[in-house]
Design a binder for this molecule. Sequence first.
Ligand code: HEC
Length: 109
Amino acid sequence: MKSFVLTLGFAAFSTFSMAQSAPTGAALAAKHGCLICHNVDNKVVGPAFKAVAEKYSAQKKEATQALVLKIKNGGAGQWGRVPMPPHPNVPESELTDIVTWVLGLNGSP
Ligand code: HEC
């Protein structure tokens, strides 16, 4: 029983410390396999993340939500005919962190 309480306490503690040092968008993109098809500088299967940042630089706020949904549901047509597969298991909060990172890659605020 004592060890059960200790385990619970430790689990709560590690959740807390993870929230303290939130992983960056780049780390999340790696974790969720985005970098299999995307690269920051070059087109792979999907567009370069810097090209995405450039495309939406004028409408970052509106684009963020739309891109989160696009990644979640998948789709094609913006960059060619190759579709991006859906990613229903990635939490929207993490997608938002990734998209915020991606849209910041062209250096403009
Ligand atoms: C199997 C390959 C593949 C994977 C894995 C993948 N993508 Fe994509 N992604 C694509 C392709 C292909 C497109 C271009 C779709 C289009 O033309 O509209 C794309 C487009 C995008 C765009 C631009 C969408 C637009 O409408 O302009 C963003 C942002 C993006 N991906 C982010 C991600 C993120 C974040 C992940 C990880 C959760 C991810 N992608 C995983 C292939 C992939």
